[in-house]
Design a protein around this ligand. Sequence first.
Ligand code: NAP
Length: 236
Amino acid sequence: MGKICAIFGGSRGIGKAVAELLAERGCRLVIIARNLEGAQSTACNLGGHLALSCDVSSEQEVQNTFEEIQRHLGPINYLVNAAGINRDGLLLRAKTEDMIAQIHTNLLGTMLTCKAAVKIMTRQQGGAIVNIGSVVGLKGNSGQSVYSATKAGLLGFSRSLAKEVAKKQIRVNVVAPGFIRTDMTSHLEEDQLKKSILLGRFGEPREVAQAVVFLLESPYVTGTTLIVDGGLQLMI
Ligand code: NAP
């Protein structure tokens, strides 16, 4: 039987690419996003996987989602947290509601899904979690102070959780992408920004997904952050 994997933010971008790779490996997937049609479309195109609607920033919705997964598929083996938003702009102009939205989705949302997953994984004495951070959580970026803070927070959270759950054979790792071609970066000028990337181009979602799958499947890797940024962090 294939592994059971829940992918929050699996309808588009990096999460969708992770879903594609895991489907090729015979995993049974749960594609989760706020927009149910988006999740259903991805789940259906990959061969009839489960699709659910959930806003990760709502504890009640996360709880309901895990109950649904349990009912349909049983205990999960893998959790991928790829749900994320950005509201870029200088701090002086940032609206408090935008700050809160980023913290609630990127940081609190990941904490809530990890809490629910760890409960299940503890019972079955094993599992693997990959959280999608960002290279700006390590290096910072002007115009992304709040977003960077959520991603830096994710690193501390993931390392601490890795320490808490290692005895239960649950592994927690982070993938930190640079500029990746998804909806999130579609407004950016790649021609301008590629000068700051060692490999001279944005990355493809599938190139990040390969790192996520590597970490899910590597039994002796936990508490680590794998940077997938074409060498961006060496240039900034
Ligand atoms: P994307 O193409 O915009 O996709 C975001 C996904 O998250 C969608 O499936 C979206 O579906 C879901 N989502 C957003 N808010 C949600 C919420 N509150 N609850 C549940 N699902 C939610 O973004 P992406 O570029 O693939 O980004 C994926 C992750 O990688 C994010 O954490 C992002 O911060 C991180 N990242 C991206 C880049 C990049 O260059 N693209 C770089 C570094 C890190 P719905 O809208 O239907 O909810």
